[in-house]
Every structure is written in structure tokens, then in C-alpha cells.
Design a protein. Structure first.
Length: 214
């Protein structure tokens, strides 16, 4: 692929194709139940706080909202994400982007069309599809936010909060989230499936005898 191809290719369109082809139904099963450690809280209190205390405090407020929304089983939609994102960025409004977005040093471009917001809404609704295992739904929702890239800033944080929310709605709290902080690419179906597997691996650690001491 040439530099010009990388500039013009629509990575969001690529993701929507990969999303249709990925085997979400083959995702491993998770085991709902209590967790001795909230990995998101530990991540905020540890590396995020050490790097930027203000960023950590904003993330904690957003996390509280995402968990409260999960507790009341609020359906996942853009308005919900925008509320969390206001906390993440410390702003009064977090509107949907108004133009193409770019990431990974410009190597991925996420187009904006008249259908983008409706497509995003439809994808978010699928987070409640009980025919797909929870790990698959959480991974898919995370990647949807990453590749729709709905906000002008903070989309990686929005994606992680979305994953936390989808899992928490069904009683799963991962004991760590650090391993999720890796670069994902829109054209990588194996990577999409691997994210669901990683969520299951982290969930199994929650049930390990020393899970509360990591």
C-alpha cells in the first residue's frame, strides 16, 4: 500500500467489513460473579495517576457514570458515551465529530458520511445481542468505538469505558485492564477475535485464588 493509499483508504469502511466477517459467536464464555479487584480503578490509581492526576480523576468520574449506567441497565447509545466523555475531557459537551478522523500517525482514516451516525447507533445496539457471547460483544463494542472514532479526542478512553460498561451490565468486572492497552487495526480480523479471547483470559484471572492480590 502506498502513502497515497493510506491517506485515501477509509478504515471505518474496512472495519465494517471485518466486523461482519469476524466470528463473534465463537468467543469464549465468561463467568459472572464478584471480583475482588476492579482493574479499571487500579489502572487509574496506578499508571494513569502517576502520569497525570487530573486525567486520572476525570477517568474515575467517567467510570463511576459508566458503572452506574450499567447498574440501571441503560442501553448503550451515543448519548451515554457522550456523557462519559464530558467527564473524560472535562467539557460541557462532547459532540459527534464533524469530519473525517485520523489515528496512528495518519495511517488510519475514518470517514464521515450521512450514514455514519446511524451505523454507529446500530452497532452500539448490538452490544445487547444475547445471541453473541459477552466477550465477543464487549470486544466488538470496544472496537466499534475505536474505529468509528466518534469524538474529536479521547476515543481510546471512550472505547475502554464502553468495554467496562458492556461487561458490568452482566456482572463482570475485570481484575486488570492494562493488557487491553494495545494498538488495534481496522483491517485485522484475527486481532478482533484475539481481543475477545484476551477478555476471557483476564476474566479467568478474576476467579484465580490470588486474584485479589495482583
Amino acid at each position: 500500500m502506498t502513502a497515497a493509499d493510506m491517506t485515501t483508504a477509509d478504515s471505518l469502511a474496512v472495519w465494517l467489513r471485518v466486523r461482519r466477517e469476524a466470528d463473534w459467536h465463537g468467543a469464549p464464555a465468561l463467568r459472572p460473579g464478584p471480583s475482588a479487584r476492579d482493574g479499571f480503578l487500579a489502572w487509574c490509581a496506578g499508571p494513569v495517576h502517576q502520569r497525570d492526576p487530573v486525567r486520572a480523576e476525570r477517568l474515575l468520574r467517567a467510570h463511576n457514570r459508566a458503572r452506574a449506567d450499567a447498574e440501571r441497565r441503560a442501553p448503550l447509545d451515543f448519548a451515554l458515551l457522550a456523557g462519559w466523555q464530558c467527564e473524560v475531557l472535562g467539557v460541557a459537551r462532547a459532540p459527534f465529530r464533524t469530519g473525517d478522523a485520523h489515528a496512528k500517525g495518519g495511517r488510519e482514516r475514518y470517514g464521515l458520511t450521512v450514514r455514519t451516525r446511524d451505523d454507529f447507533a446500530a452497532c452500539l445496539r448490538e452490544a445487547a445481542d444475547q445471541d453473541v457471547p459477552l466477550a465477543g460483544r464487549a470486544a466488538r463494542a470496544y472496537l466499534d468505538v475505536a474505529f468509528f472514532h466518534p469524538f474529536d479526542d479521547g476515543n481510546a478512553r471512550a472505547a475502554l469505558l464502553t468495554l467496562v460498561h458492556v461487561l458490568a451490565r452482566e456482572g463482570v468486572v475485570l481484575p486488570e485492564v492494562g493488557p487491553l492497552q494495545t494498538t488495534r487495526y481496522a483491517d485485522d480480523p484475527e486481532g478482533a477475535a484475539d481481543l475477545a479471547v484476551l477478555i476471557a483470559v483476564l476474566d479467568r484471572r478474576r476467579h484465580a485464588p490470588d486474584a485479589g492480590h495482583r
